[in-house]
Design a protein around this ligand. Structure first.
Ligand code: UGA
Length: 435
């Protein structure tokens, strides 16, 4: 078992550190945020991620998982250092690498033994070479440093499950010894390891997210056509997915993808392509289709209701997807802006993401503590996030609480028969309206 440091305890870093400790490695997670480190030392996860607290506590108690703000302490005696700091998006869509740069300099000034640096952060192709050069330029002693690109494929809300049940672990190394070491570290996970060079590994991450985003925009376009032609997107998706070459996953039509990954990574990949004079036309369209899809519920509402002015609209779900409190690039934000602009009164409810929503949503949105409160007196309800709580609702609540039972469902949470039986005026994605 190895002694490992993980720099950055955002979503990727924390889950990586916790998972590595769970399979027996000794892991120290380093972060500059003192309050956050204090929380994690007590076994409290700073992010909402089902199951993470339990695994954290177990490994802290077993003495395998540590947290510190001190780089020197964190790096001492470590054979492997994972970089998992953020790579936020700049105005122009490129990835901001200032945090990665800082870690490279920190590593160079603190390591006292040979070390393999592993990049988990999603970084543009070529960045690992650059990180290695930066470390080597700042090294004050003669230790050997090698770099491995080991991109992350976890989904928020499913991260603990994914960490132990992923489809593959990609190990991109130009030095065989470094690749061998990272493959060895990952053996206990029993997940197939795919070995490649550093640049191909970096590209696998972007290409995978871009491909999944493409599937989503594709099915959303088909849904919009289905709606006009009287076909049913749920049946179309199911029928397409039965072809093993297509597969069922990521063919759920809706209000477009959000989150911290797809929007950022798709834009970054178009930028990466442009650096080598390639216009990634397909991906540009995927992004455009997605932006449009974020507006689709307010657009439908504008057509169905005479005016939105003075109307009370209940948003059920604010997070970009269920089982997370993450509001980044959530369609709820764009939607609220549009509704407010049209003069509507917007009331939001989310089972988990309320705190983050208050910080992220446009001013003017008000918040309530339950579905029932959100629906009370509402002229329209928008289903934004497909939380189980909403899927399991007794649909009579819409008739009982709302001024009129007008529902715009952005996630196809209910069957058309179910909506008809409940007496709803029901508009969903890629299916005939129930009126
Ligand atoms: C995504 C990838 O699925 C992970 O493999 C990857 O590691 C991660 O990005 C990342 O780069 O860190 P995540 O953003 O957590 O994970 O969430 P997904 O479950 O992939 O959903 C992304 C968005 O697509 C959500 O807004 C979701 O509602 C939407 N989506 C997903 C659809 O609209 N339809 C689908 O069929 C699937």
């Amino acid at each position: 078992m190895k002694k490992i440091a993980v720099v950055g305890t955002g979503y990727v870093g924390l889950v990586t550190g916790v998972a590595l400790s769970e399979v027996g490695h000794e892991v120290t997670c380093i972060d500059i945020d003192e309050a956050k480190v204090a929380r994690m030392q007590r076994g409290e996860s700073p992010i909402y991620e089902p199951g993470l607290d339990d695994v954290m506590k177990r490994n802290i108690d077993a003495g395998r998982l540590h947290f510190t703000t001190n780089h020197n302490e964190g790096f001492t005696g470590k054979e492997v250092i994972y970089i998992a700091v953020g790579t936020p998006e700049r105005e122009d869509g490129t990835a901001d690498l200032q945090y990665v740069d800082q870690v490279a300099v920190d590593i160079a000034s603190h390591v006292k033994q040979d070390v393999v640096v592993v990049t988990k952060s999603t970084v543009p192709v070529g960045t690992n070479d650059y990180i290695l050069r930066t470390i080597k330029e700042h090294l004050t002693n003669g230790v050997a440093v090698s770099i491995v690109s080991n991109p992350e494929f976890l989904r928020e809300g499913n991260a603990v499950y994914d960490a132990f049940n992923g489809d593959r672990i990609v190990v991109g190394a130009d030095d065989k010894w470094a690749g061998d070491m990272i493959e060895e570290i990952n053996k206990p996970f029993n997940i197939p390891v795919y070995r490649t060079d550093v640049r191909s590994a970096e590209m696998i991450k972007y290409a995978s997210n871009a491909f999944l985003a493409t599937k989503i925009s594709f099915i959303n376009e088909i849904a919009n056509i289905c709606e006009k032609l009287g076909a049913n997107i749920e049946d179309v998706s199911a029928g397409m997915g039965m072809d093993g070459r297509i597969g069922h996953q990521f063919l759920r039509a809706g209000i477009g993808y959000g989150g911290s990954c797809f929007p950022k990574d798709t834009k970054a990949l178009t930028q990466i392509a442009s650096y080598v004079d390639h216009n990634f036309e397909l991906l540009n369209s995927v992004i455009r289709v997605n932006n449009y899809q974020h507006h689709i519920l307010p657009e439908k509402a504008k057509k169905v209701m005479d005016t939105l002015k003075g109307k009370r609209v209940a948003l059920l779900g604010l997070a970009f997807k269920p089982n997370t409190d993450d509001m980044r690039e959530s369609p709820a934000i764009t939607m609220s802006e549009e509704l407010l602009l049209a003069g509507a009164e917007v009331v939001g409810y989310d089972p988990i993401a309320m705190d983050n929503a208050r910080k992220t949503m446009p001013e003017g949105v008000s918040y309530v503590g339950s579905v029932e409160e959100a629906l009370t007196g509402a002229d329209a309800a928008f289903l934004v996030t497909d939380w189980d709580e909403f899927k399991a609702l007794d649909l009579s609540v819409f008739r009982e609480k709302m001024a009129q039972p007008l529902v715009f469902d952005g996630r196809n949470c209910y069957g058309l028969d179910q909506a008809a039986e409940a007496g709803l005026d029901y508009y969903s994605i890629g299916r005939a309206p129930v009126v």
